[in-house]
Design a protein around this ligand. Structure first.
Ligand code: PDD
Length: 285
């Protein structure tokens, strides 16, 4: 299928969908983005993603170029041009094109690109064996709550993980607390409780993270949002969550087994509950 993208007011075949070389996204990574999953034509938590996009763009003083209602319609139209059974929709917004200067001019028209692509599902092997992660000291900026397109640290983290035969890098703060992954939020089962770093400027407020906490609480699993370390006594499992992964068990970190080295009961339970939750969302939309 030839992919079709929305670029600044029109739908174009991907090969012809271009932005200006003076776009501030290209020059300065001056922009924000969102990733939304769509299963069988139903968008998962679209409003939550759009609200986060609005928060991200407002926090760097970019006005969304269209209203949220118009954006919703454009996302739906983009999906209809590229109707994969399992799709991921990327919305990228930059401050716009202008002669290169760090200080942006006042009257820029934001650039907006929307794509819909196939969302690859984790293989059965990955689900049954769990994924592997490494840890690195966090080298990102201090506003990780903004979903910025400046992803260089995440690219380096992913490259280093791949080089070491792993799938993801968990960022650690200077005290060794696990913050989040390059493109995931991180959790641990500690003494039977689900633990994850609290929302602050060091982590992205993941939409999937929110869903995981909700389904966990509904099942009577105690949840603690607090800093945590991989070395804590009572830690038996690790997990990561994202729009593109739901919940995945993380069974090896830095080459060492987490717990027994196979997906543990809480990870598997949460993964199943999340997939059930996705089904419910599909039915209720
Ligand atoms: N990444 N933390 C970071 C740094 C992320 O980039 C992401 C998502 C998450 C999980 O957020 P959510 O549950 O809302 O997807 C956490 C997306 C998938 C990406 O960049 O492709």
């Amino acid at each position: 299928m030839t992919l079709t993208a929305w670029v600044n007011g029109r739908f174009l075949p991907l090969d012809e969908a271009t932005v200006h070389i003076e776009d501030r996204g290209f020059q300065f990574a001056d922009g924000v983005y969102e990733v939304i999953a769509c299963f069988g034509g139903t968008f998962l938590d679209l409003d939550a993603h759009l609200n986060r996009l609005q928060r991200s763009s407002e926090s760097i003083n970019i006005q969304l170029p269209v209203s949220l209602t118009e954006l919703k319609s454009l996302i739906e139209q983009t999906y209809r041009h590229n109707p994969f059974d399992d799709a991921m929709i990327y919305v990228q917004i930059t401050r716009g094109a202008a002669p290169r200067s760090h200080l942006p001019g006042a009257e820029l028209t934001p650039t907006m690109v929307i794509t819909s692509r196939n969302l690859p599902m984790p293989s059965a092997q990955k689900i049954s064996a769990g994924v592997a992660a490494i840890t690195l000291e966090d080298m990102r900026w201090k506003r990780c709550d903004i979903k910025s397109i400046a992803l260089l640290a995440s690219v380096i983290g992913k490259q280093e993980a791949a080089y070491r035969g792993a799938d993801e890098t968990f960022w650690l703060d200077e005290d060794g607390n696990v913050l989040e992954g390059c493109a995931t939020n991180c959790f641990a089962a500690i003494h039977g409780m689900l633990v994850t770093h609290p929302l602050d400027h060091q982590v992205l407020g993941g939409i999937t993270r929110q869903m995981v906490l909700k389904v966990a609480k509904a099942q009577g699993i105690s949840v603690e949002e607090r800093p945590w370390k991989l070395t804590e006594t009572g830690l038996t499992e690790c997990m990561m969550s994202s729009t593109t992964n739901a919940v995945m068990p993380v069974c090896h970190i830095n080459g060492e087994k987490v717990g027994t080295g196979i997906p543990g009961p809480m990870s598997m339970q949460l993964r199943r509950l999340m997939l059930d939750e996705f089904e419910t969302l599909k039915v209720s939309t």
